[in-house]
Write a protein of this length. Structure first.
Length: 467
């Protein structure tokens, strides 16, 4: 029997909530399959978030390229005794034929802004709802958590240590990819290294030390086996003595050309222990041996350690990052905004959607910093929209770009390193007050005059749709 950790490409179209299929079947029965546009956005930012990082698009694009209900999928749907033979035959022939415009990965975005828009026959577009939210929502949530760690670490190296505590195998891969995109140096996840080309980091666990008769013997054996990975875990017993044992091993192995890379602290008062470790290392001429810290770290703990001037060179971040522990859910929605060329709008209290096909316009000031965004209509352009910014800058850009057209990929597929560079540039252009990890200011996002006018008109039209 094949292990259950897999997700075959042929199964991806079944990663759908049942109501997507029942709606699609009813649309089919009533010949409702004209072009529709759906918009993916976040209603409100999670607590303490001043921005979000777009991630997950490339995995979604890969799924769209292979999106097909194969014979096995059709047989399973048939076994549910819910769908007509004609509808199932339709699904069997269906391929994604529409257009997708989206933010490229690594772009910063804010509440209400469309991360992605799908324009396609109604049934095709509707069936993508669950997949799109699932892939882009989680990836963006974790990329944002990682970005917060990156922004507060002030250049110190960060490594994803979260695979074992991630909420499933795919979640661990998403976390490794999203965190690397958002500035992490690499991951301990070997499968992520293979799939995405992410640099791998890792040395030993406490069990390695405990399996030996002495800590010093454990350090010596490991350093001989992996001289290039000789960052020794020194807190299995007494941390200061562990550092002293690491120093003793470093002295012994120096004549063999083996150099101690560093020590890792995984528990206790990391600020105090790192200072003590630094004193011991420096007193023994090991000034270039790094101190790596891990153990229940997140952006708040890292901020405290940085503020305390703890002599820590790198951090391993696990559970808190891969689960986005302080904000583990994202209010992301996929809403119909146009059908048959006519705007659509949801007006229910607290869940109002923005109608029509849209574009995001971002202005930069003379110093190159982001000064504000306007959400406008897709047929508006930077030149016309520039007049609507209260403090026009030197540059107005539109952010949504066409990624798919007529069912085919149109934009060049960026490498993960290119997406990472996109993020680094974006974050550098965001003012520090929006990047604060506890009480960030609200980044200015408005609606264009044309979109406001459409919104008013659609509110009135919505009333007539209930008659």
């Amino acid at each position: 029997m094949t292990i259950d950790l897999r997700l075959d490409p042929a199964e991806v179209p079944l990663l759908v909530d049942l109501y997507e299929l029942t709606m699609a079947a009813s649309f089919f029965e009533h010949a409702m399959n004209e072009t529709a546009c759906f918009s993916l956005s976040v209603r409100r930012l999670p607590p303490m978030r001043g921005y979000m990082v777009a991630a997950g698009l490339e995995r979604l694009m890969e799924a769209l390229e292979q999106f097909t209900f194969d014979a096995a999928a059709i047989d399973y749907l048939d076994s549910l005794k819910l769908f007509s033979a004609d509808f199932l035959q339709f699904l069997g022939r269906m391929r994604f034929s529409g257009e997708v415009s989206a933010l490229v990965e690594g772009t910063l975005f804010f509440a209400e802004e469309p991360v992605l828009q799908v324009s396609a026959p109604l049934i095709e577009a509707q069936l993508l709802e669950t997949l799109a939210i699932n892939q882009i929502g989680m990836a963006s949530m974790i990329a944002t958590k990682a970005a917060r760690c990156y922004s507060i670490a002030e250049g110190r190296r960060l490594v994803d240590f979260g695979a074992r505590r991630a909420q499933g195998a795919d979640a661990a891969l998403i976390a490794a990819r999203s965190s690397y995109l958002a500035g992490f140096a690499g991951s301990s996840n070997v499968l992520a290294g293979r799939r995405f080309g992410i640099p791998l980091f890792g040395t030993m666990a406490h069990s390695y030390v405990m399996a030996h008769e002495s800590e010093r013997a454990a350090f010596e054996n490991f350093a001989r086996s992996f001289p290039r990975l000789s960052t020794l875990l020194v807190d299995t017993f007494s941390t200061p003595r562990g550092v002293e044992n690491a120093v003793a091993v470093a002295r012994k192995l120096a004549d063999e050309g083996i150099k101690l890379q560093g020590v890792r602290l995984d528990s206790g008062d990391l600020a105090a222990l790192s200072r003590q470790a630094r004193r011991i290392l420096d007193a023994n001429g090991l000034n270039d041996a790094a101190i790596f810290a891990s153990g229940n770290l997140d952006e708040y703990a890292i901020a405290d350690l940085v503020k305390a001037a703890a002599p820590i060179d790198a951090f391993g971040v696990g559970t808190a990052m891969v689960t986005s522990a302080d904000a583990p859910s994202l209010d992301m929605t996929y809403k119909l905004v146009e059908y048959k060329g006519v705007a659509r709008m949801k007006t229910s209290e607290g869940k109002i959607s923005l109608p029509g096909r849209k574009q995001i316009f971002r202005v930069q000031d003379a110093a190159g910093k982001y000064a504000g965004d306007l959400i406008g209509l897709a047929d508006e352009g930077p030149a016309s929209i520039a007049r609507e910014f209260r403090h026009p800058g030197s540059d107005v850009r539109q952010l949504l770009t066409v990624q798919f057209k007529d069912g085919k990929r149109t934009a060049p597929r960026p490498s993960l390193s290119e997406s990472r560079e996109q993020f680094v540039q974006n974050l550098g252009r965001l003012d520090q007050r929006y990047k604060a990890i506890r009480k960030p200011d609200t980044y200015p996002v408005g609606l264009s005059r044309a979109l406001k006018a459409m919104q008013i008109g659609e509110k009135l039209r919505a009333e007539s749709r209930q008659e």
